[in-house]
Ligand binder design. Structure first.
Ligand code: PDD
Length: 284
């Protein structure tokens, strides 16, 4: 049984409790982060915590813990659960109060919950095979840069993809790809340029995205941060997605169109390898 953390205490998962009035479940009034763990070390920890602080500030959501405390809890959960590979999930909600659309006053304390999840991240059958992607309309609210727990649409389109015999969905806004259900989206054009949507409120500013683009620059690959169309995606030489738990994940099919040779492309494979090596080495 896992040890989890809720509101100041480490408890066995079956004893963890939050209020039925928690605004995270009633209003989706909560933000979260997912930090991967490799060799028992936190990957890209500073990036995730910087984004967490930004999400909290954008929603005027008070923080229940200092940076030092959050790092200690992450490490303690890794230790207490013997976690060598997987992730730590962190969620902060605006706390529990009578159901009211107005935010509660300062006396209501935010809820902090964290738990570990074991997962084989490096040896991924999906990354070896390559993902099949369907395209769906991007019907999310327009502040996708804030990492909130309002994940219902992401979950619906992921299920739609599975029902269609695919692995994931990429979302389309005004004819252009925004991002994947829980990852950032990339294509590689005929001339070898990596294209991914530029940062705005339309996408989550992926922590993996930032590092993978750095890896690409170090490998002297050309990168363009701009929106790309459905037609460009279907005609791409390669495609892939990135996220904290999937690293770089090749794509072999988009809406029935085979990408490249229908198997993971060399740029995606190389970036996956380089990213895993460098993030492992920098883990804390
Ligand atoms: N999802 N875009 C969306 C919509 C996401 O939910 C995620 C992450 C990303 C990639 O961000 P990062 O590289 O910082 O993980 C992009 C996490 C992994 C999740 O919800 O499980």
């Amino acid at each position: 049984m896992r040890t989890v953390f809720v509101n100041g205490s480490y408890v066995p998962e079956n004893e963890a409790q939050i209020s039925i009035f928690d605004r995270g479940s009633l209003f989706g009034d909560a933000v979260y982060e997912v930090t991967s763990v490799l060799d028992g070390k936190l990957v890209e920890y500073d990036g995730h915590m910087t984004r967490l602080r930004r999400s909290l500030a954008e929603l005027k959501l008070p923080s229940p813990a200092t940076d030092d405390e959050l790092l200690e809890i992450h490490r303690e959960l890794v230790k207490r659960n013997d976690l060598t590979e997987g992730l730590i999930y962190l969620q902060i909600s605006r706390g529990a109060a009578d159901r009211d659309f107005l935010f509660p006053g300062p006396d209501v304390k935010p809820t902090l919950l964290m738990f570990p999840q074991k997962k084989s991240l490096i040896n991924s059958a999906l990354a070896a095979r390559g993902q099949k992607i369907i395209l769906v309309d991007d019907l999310r609210w327009r502040r996708c840069d804030i990492k909130t727990v309002q994940l219902l649409y992401a979950s619906i389109v992921k299920n739609q993809a599975h029902d269609a015999g695919a692995d994931d969905a990429w979302m389309v806004l005004d004819g252009e790809i925004t991002e994947g259900s829980s990852n950032n989206a990339y294509i590689v054009t005929e001339d070898g340029t990596i294209v991914t949507r530029d940062l705005s409120t339309d996408i989550l500013h992926g922590i993996t995205r930032k590092s993978v683009l750095q890896c690409a620059a170090e490998l002297q690959l050309k990168v363009e941060e701009r929106p790309f169309t459905v037609a460009e995606a279907k005609a791409a030489k390669e495609a892939f997605s990135t996220s904290a738990t999937s690293f770089v994940n090749p794509v072999i099919e988009i809406d029935g169109a085979s990408i490249g040779e229908g198997k993971p492309g060399p740029i995606a494979k190389r970036l996956r390898q380089v990213y895993i090596e460098s993030s492992k080495a920098a883990g804390i």
